[in-house]
Design a protein around this ligand. Structure first.
Ligand code: PEP
Ligand code: MG
Length: 552
């Protein structure tokens, strides 16, 4: 048998940054093995009380982790552990264990393993990626319960000085317990939007997920370069490549430190053109981070968090409070709020939706909102009301032609009239923007610019739809290239069409966060870039190095 020496692997980028270090497997998985032991009637009570004690000890452990996370990263990251605590009170999980022990007359470990596997398998079947990611939470809680029941402790790990953790998957609690030596994370499975990814981003640890089963061949002690921006992992690079990577990482760190000192200064090109650098946000808990990284407003506020992980549609009032908090935090700076973009990989458990063969080509984004005016109007009314408190702008996702925009404007007009009749203060004009994230929208940018106040290019979806490459499929992640000539040509065309109509155009997809692309985008005519807040400092520096108009 010939050994495979694959040295380059592509997964999905889950937390940005690049690091080099020594690989070390985190052997928490497979889950602790348990034995099936029948118990007699007298012992049932003992098993129940062992289970009760284990639950209480795990509860204390998770609460402690929650406290540590709040102190280190903040309340919104700490809230991730609430999902774990909730399992400890869930009648369908621990409640069902307590019911099954006397019924099946088996030891607590065995019943716990069964319930954990069943619950995780049930969650893994769900179409919604967010809910599927919850299966990791229940497995983490189940493993902790079994460890407590069996009185087992994990083997102490000897950490190399700069460690790249390799694991099948990583629970948030495992991530929070990693020592400071850990410089990057490389996961065989995992999710880009799971809790571990959120924590890794907050901790500034580069992370790549979805590297696939074959990544198992990577061994402890091999050197890994993890690029959390592109999703590329190099294993055992030759001396020269490793040295170059180290140099690049050091340079980047130096540049980043330097960039941070100037982050609150405006970004002007070398030839004096002012560029607006804004933040992409998905939750108001990120306001402070965005401001501290120098965001001059919000170019994309994804509102899906309001709709996910709950059991019913959010009311207008609840949404109003969130949107108002956002615009007030940024005072007179713009806050672009995107209307609900569900469908695709984001499905809601409480939405009665017929299964689709191709959800990314289905009832997603604006198509869903136009099909459900009741849901849409609640969101638009909340936005219009919040518009009275700051510079709020509305952005429409997944548009393919100007008809959709005109239809939305009609609904906004109706909402405004209704609110005024109710005596509510609503601004006369709220700018309406269109996301250019389908090839159709890019090709029709000129027509869209006539209906819209601004265009915002969503390069994540534009790349996915132009190249026909599913952005969540790790097996074809090497084909997902937002700088592909076909994508760049659509961006250039959009910018030219927008300029002809005198409508501003911004970029809010990941391409905007890539400092190597900044110069080109500015030359295309882009004057506003919106990105994850961590990327702002280096992109501002890239703007300062750019000369848009050639001299000579
Ligand atoms: C995009 O598609 O580029 C975008 C910014 O939207 P999202 O990543 O939320 O789909
Ligand atoms: Mg998109």
């Amino acid at each position: 048998m010939t050994a495979i020496h694959q040295t380059e692997w592509t997964g999905l980028p889950a937390a940005p940054g690049t690091a080099i270090g020594t690989g070390i497997w985190l052997r928490s998985s497979p889950a602790p093995a348990v034995e099936e032991i029948p118990v007699n009637d007298e012992d049932v009570q003992r098993e129940l009380s062992r289970l009760g004690q284990a639950i209480e000890r795990v509860r204390l452990r998770i609460r402690d982790m929650r406290r540590q996370t709040a102190a280190r990263l903040g309340e919104s990251e700490a809230a991730i552990f609430d999902a774990h605590l909730a399992f400890l009170d869930d009648p369908a999980y621990v409640g069902e264990m307590k019911r099954r022990i006397p019924f099946e007359k088996k030891n607590a470990e065995w019943i716990c393993r069964q319930l954990t596997d069943e619950t995780a398998a049930m969650l893994e079947q769900l179409p919604d990626e967010y809910l599927r990611a919850r299966s990791h939470d229940v497995r983490s809680v189940g493993d902790q319960l079994i460890e407590e029941l069996a009185g087992r402790t994990r083997d102490a790990v000897r950490w190399p000085e700069e460690a790249v953790v390799i694991a099948e998957d990583l629970a948030p609690s495992e991530l929070m317990q990693l020592p400071r030596e850990v410089v990057a994370l490389a996961l065989l499975r995992g999710s880009r939007i799971g809790h571990a990814a959120i924590l890794a981003r907050a901790m500034g640890i580069p992370m790549v997920v979805g590297l696939g089963e074959e990544f198992r061949q990577v061994r402890d002690g091999q050197v890994l370069i993890v690029d959390g921006q592109s999703g590329l992992v190099r294993v055992d690079p030759d001396g020269e490549t490793a040295a170059r990577a180290r140099e690049r990482i050091q340079n980047l760190n130096r540049q980043r430190q330097q960039a941070l000192t100037r982050v609150h200064e405006p970004a002007r090109t070398e030839d004096g053109v002012a560029i607006r650098v804004l933040a992409n946000m998905g939750n108001p808990s990120e306001i402070q981070t965005a401001l501290s990284r120098g965001a001059e407003g919000v170019g994309l506020f994804r509102t899906e968090f309001l709709y996910l992980e709950r059991s019913n549609w959010p009311a207008e009032e609840e949404q109003f409070r969130v949107y108002r908090e956002m615009v007030e935090a940024f005072r007179d700076r713009p806050v672009v709020i995107r209307t609900l973009d569900i469908g695709g990989d984001k499905l809601l458990p409480y939405e009665d939706r017929e299964p689709e063969d191709n959800p990314f080509l289905g009832l997603r984004g604006i198509r869903f909102c136009l099909a459900r005016p009741d849901i849409f109007k609640a969101q638009l009314r909340a936005m219009l009301r919040a518009g009275a408190f700051g510079d709020l702008r509305i952005l429409l996702p997944m548009v393919i032609d100007a008809k959709e925009v005109a239809e939305v404007k009609g609904i906004i007009y109706q909402c405004r009239e209704e609110l005024r009749n109710e005596g509510t203060d609503v601004p006369d004009r709220i700018p309406i923007g269109v996301m250019v994230e389908t090839p159709a929208a890019a090709i029709l940018a000129g027509e869209l610019a006539k209906e819209a106040d601004f265009l915002s290019i969503g390069t994540n979806d534009l790349t996915q739809y132009t190249l026909a490459v599913d952005r969540n499929n790790a097996r074809i992640a090497h084909l997902f290239d937002h700088a592909h000539p076909a994508v760049l040509r659509l961006i250039q065309h959009t910018c030219e069409a927008a300029a002809k109509s005198g409508v501003p155009v911004s970029i809010c997809g990941e391409l905007a966060a890539d400092p190597e692309m900044t110069g080109l985008l500015l030359k295309y005519g882009v004057r506003t870039l919106s990105m994850n807040p961590e990327a702002i400092p280096l992109v501002k520096e890239a703007v300062r190095r750019t000369r848009i108009h050639s001299t000579g």
